[in-house]
Design a protein around this ligand. Structure first.
Ligand code: NAD
Length: 492
């Protein structure tokens, strides 16, 4: 089977034990193109029997895979990297049609995903632990990392091409089996990636795909054959996943939602900062956990900066993601669009100044799409709902503060700690923010603080539950247990 880039597509399938299988519960949902409102596919949800079959196939495949030479284990990853490169445009086209973001944004996320495959190809070095000769008299000690079995990852709708690859390559390179449960809102790109995985040469059962929703996730988390779970999604669900998996004795890492801040100092290049601010808040329709949508500006440059942000926001073109003039695509569902509209109404009710209203935007030819234009509030107060809660739409708010200390104070009052950015030309400001900001990812003169694949990706506070984060070396620790050999070999 190979998907074309033009929908409607056949119902998405599970990929279990090297075979495509139709999920067998009676539940499921339509996959909708958010820009057109058209039904483009259907995702059936997996039954308990489907999950049992996947876990069993994973356990059986693990026996042989975990003992294979590491150099052999990374060969399918090299294949997969090349297949993803060769099919990047096609994957991006599918992704746009089920998610709503722009083609360039879709390609950008796939690039970030591919980088994780590349990093995991370095497992022969990354997986080494330590060796100490003469650790004690006549004793040598060696630490080794061992894979554990079958892992799962439950991923969100907003980066359906990238986030599964934060986990999958590391899980299998370290010698485990892996089961992905992607978002039911945009599952088609995962299907196409798994068609490529099918070509890449992994043994049956090592990399598997199961579709579903809440029940499917619960079955995975309760299953005795699953060693650990990675989760990325909203904070309330991240908490549920963390507690349930931990109660079942599993390893778990759960990344949650966010509320990110940009600090603009009086010494910043304001035009550059305004451009990056609007792109940070509005790219991917604002549906990014790294979107900075609270903008905290030193009072001396507040008015000038507001004007620059408005100029930049007004220049954005809202439209269909496959149209190359589009800067901001559609939101994932009409329900989510209503939620974002509700947040805008709350902002007005709570007294923020609506400086640019994106609610009336029209996209010719796409009247059924979930579109919202960039929306800018001024006079934001840290206690307002729109300053505290995740919006996940192209909405940003600006507030004036006396100085950098007050800005850091605003930032650190947030319940979340995923990311923040500072625009400045002062090393002293940068140092102060670096030392004091309670966030997992901090950008300096970078609007979106997204670490490369060889660094870990993870937030703090209510943006993350667990200890080891996604990507890079943290994944090696998450997917292995360390064993220490203490050896004495006396002369006979
Ligand atoms: P979501 O929490 O609604 O869903 C995420 C996954 O959890 C999906 O696969 C879904 O099927 C499953 N799920 C939903 N409700 C569940 C429940 N009650 N029990 C068990 N499983 C459940 O998130 P979403 O709307 O798909 O994604 C957007 C959210 O993800 C935002 O809050 C965003 O900030 C967050 N996010 C965080 C990061 C990060 O790195 N911290 C990255 C991307 C997205």
């Amino acid at each position: 089977m190979a998907l074309s880039t033009t929908p409607p597509w056949d119902d998405v399938q599970n990929y279990i034990d090297g075979e495509w299988r139709t999920p067998t519960s009676n539940e499921g949902q339509a996959v909708i193109n958010p820009a057109t409102g058209d039904e483009i596919s259907y995702v059936g949800f997996s039954s308990n029997e489907d999950i049992d079959a996947a876990v069993q196939a994973g356990q059986e495949a693990f026996e042989e895979w975990s003992t294979r030479a590491v150099e052999e284990r990374i060969q399918p990853l090299f294949e997969l990297k090349q297949l993803l490169e060769d099919h990047q445009d096609e994957l991006a086209e599918i992704l746009v049609q089920e998610h709503g973001k722009t083609f360039d944004e879709a390609k950008g996320e796939l690039r970030r995903g591919i980088e994780n495959v590349e990093v995991a190809c370095g497992i022969p070095s990354m997986m080494q632990a330590g060796h100490l000769p003469n650790a004690a008299p006549d004793i040598d000690e060696t630490a080794v990392r061992k894979p554990l079995g079958v892992f799962t990852a439950i991923t969100p709708f907003n980066f359906p091409g990238m986030i599964p690859l934060w986990f999958l390559p590391y899980a299998v390179a370290t010698g485990n089996a892996f089961i992905l449960k992607p978002s039911e809102q945009d599952p088609v790109v995962a299907q196409r990636i798994f068609e490529l995985i099918d070509e890449a040469g992994f043994p049956d059962g090592i990399v598997q795909l199961v579709h579903g929703s809440v029940d499917t996730v619960n079955t995975l988390l309760d299953h005795e054959g699953i060693e650990g779970a990675s989760f990325v999604g909203s904070t309330p669900v991240a908490k549920i996943i963390y507690e349930r998996a931990a109660a079942n004795g599993k390893r778990v890492q759960a990344q949650g939602g966010a509320k990110n801040h940009i600090i603009v100092s009086e010494t910043a290049d304001l035009e550059f900062a305004a451009k990056k601010t609007v792109s940070s808040a509005c790219a991917c329709g604002g549906e990014r956990c790294l979107a900075n949508d609270v903008v905290v500006v030193e009072e001396g440059v507040y008015d000038e900066f507001v004007d620059l942000v408005l100029e930049q926001a007004e220049s954005q073109t809202v439209g269909y993601g496959l149209d190359d003039k589009t800067d901001i695509g559609a939101l994932i569902t009409s329900e989510h669009e209503e939620t974002v509209r509700g947040m805008i109404a709350t902002g007005i009710d709570e007294g923020a100044d609506l400086l640019l209203d994106g609610r009336e935007v029209e996209v010719n030819g796409y009247e059924d799409g979930n579109f919202l234009g960039p929306t800018v509030f001024g006079n934001l107060d840290p206690e307002m709902t729109i300053a505290r809660e995740e919006i996940f739409g192209p909405v940003l708010g600006l507030m004036s503060v006396e100085n950098i200390d007050e800005a850091i104070n605003v930032l650190n009052r947030s319940d979340f700690g995923n990311a923040a950015s500072l625009f400045t030309s002062s090393g002293a400001d940068a140092r102060k923010v670096r030392h004091q900001a309670d966030v997992g990812n901090l950008g300096v003169n970078a609007g979106t603080a997204a670490p490369m694949a060889f660094f870990h990706f993870g937030g703090w506070k209510d943006s993350f539950f667990g200890d080891l984060h996604a990507q890079g070396q943290d994944m090696i620790h998450f997917y292995t247990d360390e064993q220490v050999y203490i050896e004495r070999w006396p002369d006979s």
